[in-house]
Design a protein around this ligand. Structure first.
Ligand code: ATP
Ligand code: MG
Length: 138
């Protein structure tokens, strides 16, 4: 059964001109793009999205970074989409990311790490609903 996940091309990757290359990697890996939107988000929108990390020391820096410039919000679909996107992304810290992963190729630091992907089914459902309306996902 096809599964949906939520992804973001983060502001660092957009700023550095890597949007097209990252979308090509996602396409080559067999994901369908169900919905896509480029926008600049507010600090408040970033705080709501990363609510689960609100107690972490990096929360303020992270939400400032995520609201620092345009990003690309996406809903992606394929068999095993959630786990497969995490594999394609590589480790959170690009220094630990496997060769060939998006973060290995395009990320500069543990914070400015090029791409986001949902880490589970419940997270994916929350994140998709946070950024997209039902009528955009038909
Ligand atoms: P994401 O949720 O963005 O897909 P992830 O699941 O690999 O990434 P999380 O632990 O959920 O990592 O952290 C969310 C984001 O917060 C990271 O992608 C990164 O941008 C930032 N982050 C995580 N750990 C740190 C840290 N120690 N210092 C600075 N930023 C961090
Ligand atoms: Mg995460």
């Amino acid at each position: 059964m096809a599964q949906r996940t939520f992804s973001i091309v983060k502001p660092d990757a957009v700023r550095n001109g890597h949007t097209g290359a990252i979308l090509a990697e996602i396409d080559k890996a067999g994901f369908q793009i169900v919905a896509i939107r480029r926008q600049t988000i507010s600090k408040e929108q970033a705080q709501g999205f990363y609510y689960v990390h609100r107690e972490r020391g990096f929360f303020d820096d992270l939400t400032t970074f995520m609201s620092s410039g345009p990003l690309v919000l996406m809903v992606l679909e394929k068999e095993n989409a959630i786990a497969d996107l995490r594999t394609l992304m590589g480790a959170t810290n690009p220094a630990n990311a496997e060769e060939g992963t998006i973060r290995k190729k395009y990320a500069a630091s543990i914070q400015e790490n090029a791409i986001h992907g949902s880490d589970g089914e419940e997270t994916a459902a929350f994140e998709i609903g946070y950024w997209f309306a039902g009528y955009e996902l038909l």
